[in-house]
Ligand binder design. Sequence first.
Ligand SMILES: C[S@@+](CC[C@H](N)C(=O)[O-])C[C@H]1O[C@@H](n2cnc3c(N)ncnc32)[C@H](O)[C@@H]1O
Length: 292
Amino acid sequence: MTTNGSFQLFSSSDDKPSLGLGFLESSEPPLPPPPPSIEVLSSEVSPSVKYTVEPVNLDGLTLLKGRVSTKEVLGLPNSDLVPGIYEGGLKLWEGSLDLVKALRSEIQNGHLSLKGKRVLELGCGHGLPGIFACLEGAAETHFQDFNAEVLRCLTIPNVNANLAEKSQPDNASEARFFAGDWGEIHQLLPHAHESEMNSEHGQATGYDVILMAETIYSISAQRNLYGLIKKCMIHPHGVVYMAGKKHYFGVGGGTRQFLSMLEKEGVMSATLVTEVADGSSNVREVWKLSYK
Ligand SMILES: C[S@@+](CC[C@H](N)C(=O)[O-])C[C@H]1O[C@@H](n2cnc3c(N)ncnc32)[C@H](O)[C@@H]1O
């Protein structure tokens, strides 16, 4: 299953499911240093990469998603991810669709409003949950991915495609895009505590709502991800909506393992929002995290 350091980790909505045991069978090589953290401007859409758009139907809500070639964008074979180099942002993973559906039902049930909120989508890839937040009237939506190329070739075009018709200029959500590793990106995120902007202006703010789908597969990255959440989530009313698999077989991460780390620290509590059993041996879940 492992080819040139890349591997099929788990199923995406683009592909047939794979078991992804190759990672366990091989010894884990040390990761290269992460790419520098940068803000990618919405004007920096890559002009040379072919981008085609198609609809995704989410129980009656239609969003648009692009399709690009991993080889054309990153010069890599069509792999799920290459640890430390490409972390899977060019594919649409099932969890992001679960997350949009869960947000929609949270809004319909009166448990959530995104209007006027500061929203951050971590590990955005296609960015559909963040796009949904823009469409629901978020004041600001910030998208983060490991790879700047993902933002330039896919996330920004997706945001443009979805917002082109639906958004009104007077209440448009401000969308911004940030590339970099979870261990460092807080320095650039405008509303993170300890960000360079906040230290300049002397104000620590925070995000009202943090969204993330399929970001907790790697145990080694989870500490940084959790640390970043604590630096970004506004106190006391901030919430995180997290979608992922209960277990990522072969890599050790998963919602339950991530939540046990949270429970040990005792800062946040978690509520199960949805559970999706798709007939396979695994279960996908959406959780809501908030401060205790
Ligand atoms: C499996 S993809 C999921 C993409 C998207 N959320 C979805 O569900 O379709 C994992 C995402 O997390 C990001 N990611 C993974 N490890 C990261 C790290 N160490 N630092 C920053 N981003 C990371 C990747 O860039 C990618 O966007």
